[in-house]
Design a protein around this ligand. Structure first.
Ligand code: NDP
Length: 326
């Protein structure tokens, strides 16, 4: 038996509880992993609160990511004792996820955990941090180098934002950070940002083209915020867009694209091909300062995971929340 969070649905009403499950209940898969840690990402909070239809199958163990040790394997790629990490692939949405003592998954979904990281550090990074790295890689692929000008990061006090600020600053970029929490300014500056900008400045409808301020941006917000960010990108700059914290819409014009050659690069972590995942985790081992990672991380016991989700969606959780399991 192992502890697990379980989401169920009856008569259109979703319920969620901390419960105990038997190994026999685990879903199909060729690798069984003893989970060491999981995390609370924005998507986990949407799933657990039921605020968005993230969960596609009931009952569901949420948790879109985990780190752990292979317990048994029918896959030629993995053997008992291997240290692994999993992000996405529908885990926690259509296949039982990481907020549990064990998971059974497809071996092809797993990535070897770089030796630089402990299980806890892997989940301090989690899907939010790995997505931040994918965003940095997307900007690099568009030729956004440190000499081109400042980079903007939205949602800077959140998970993706905190890691993006730390990574970009370490890579030599001048980082300007947008936050709705001015009280977190010292925290964001300690991660490496040099300018703190008020979210309110980005939340109202702006002009199709504004002053060319930033060479690039990592955006977790979407909505009006992303539209305004696009209008401020310098000629031939790029925005890596990964989130919807401000909304799904994009009330923008084509002006930044056709007049300034701006690129809007979409970033998805869930179905991201394996070579990019391995590159992202390898780069995180090299480019993320472990001290800064620790400074943005706090622990949430499995027993507190459910109530923490409301706070996370309300934008009240700073940085990264690790859920230790083992
Ligand atoms: P967090 O909750 O940790 O951070 C989100 C941050 O966004 C908040 O901390 C807040 O930062 C900011 N924010 C909240 N509301 C608004 C708003 N109305 N307008 C502008 N900014 C706002 O979440 P994560 O970092 O885990 O995820 C961030 C986003 O990225 C989510 O939308 C998530 O779904 C998405 N995501 C997408 C992935 C993908 O594969 N595409 C993978 C991982 C995440 P502050 O207080 O500093 O303003």
């Amino acid at each position: 038996m192992f502890d697990a969070i379980l989401i169920d649905k009856a008569d259109d009403a979703q319920s969620v509880s901390l419960t105990q499950l038997d190994d026999a209940a685990l879903p199909e898969g060729d690798v069984t992993v003893r989970i060491a840690a999981s995390t609370l990402n924005y998507k986990d909070a949407l799933a657990i609160t039921g605020k968005s239809p993230v969960v596609r199958k009931f009952p569901m163990v949420p948790g879109i990511d985990f780190s752990g040790v292979v317990e048994s394997s029918d896959s030629p790629d993995w053997k008992p004792g291997d240290r692994v990490v999993l992000n996405g692939w529908g885990v926690g949405e259509t296949h039982w996820g990481g907020l549990a003592g064990k998971a059974r998954v497809k071996g092809e979904w797993l990535v070897p955990l770089p030796s630089a990281f402990s299980m806890r550090q892997a989940m301090a990074i989690g899907t939010a941090g790995y997505t931040a790295m994918l965003c940095v890689m997307a900007l690099e692929r568009q030729g956004v180098t440190a000499d081109k000008g400042p980079i903007l990061v939205t949602g800077a006090a959140g998970g993706v934002g905190s890691v993006a600020v730390a990574l970009l600053a370490k890579l030599g970029h001048e980082v300007h950070a947008v936050t709705g929490r001015p009280e977190e300014s010292d925290y964001i500056k300690a991660l490496g940002a040099t300018e703190i900008l008020d979210r309110a400045e980005f939340s109202e409808k702006g002009r199709p083209l504004g002053k060319e301020r930033f060479a690039g941006a990592v955006d977790v917000a979407g909505g009006q915020v992303l539209a305004n960010v696009l209008s401020m990108i310098r000629y031939r700059g790029a925005v890596a867009a990964c989130g919807l914290a401000a909304g799904m819409g994009l009330p923008a014009t084509v002006a930044p694209f056709i007049l300034r050659n701006v690129t809007l690069a979409g970033v998805d972590s869930v179905m991201c091909p394996k070579p990019d995942r391995i590159e992202a985790w390898t780069r995180l081992a090299a480019d993320l300062d472990p001290g800064l990672l620790e400074s943005m991380t706090h622990e949430v016991p499995l027993s507190e995971a459910i109530p923490t989700c409301e706070r996370l969606l309300a934008g009240q959780v700073r940085g990264r929340a690790v859920v230790p399991i083992d």
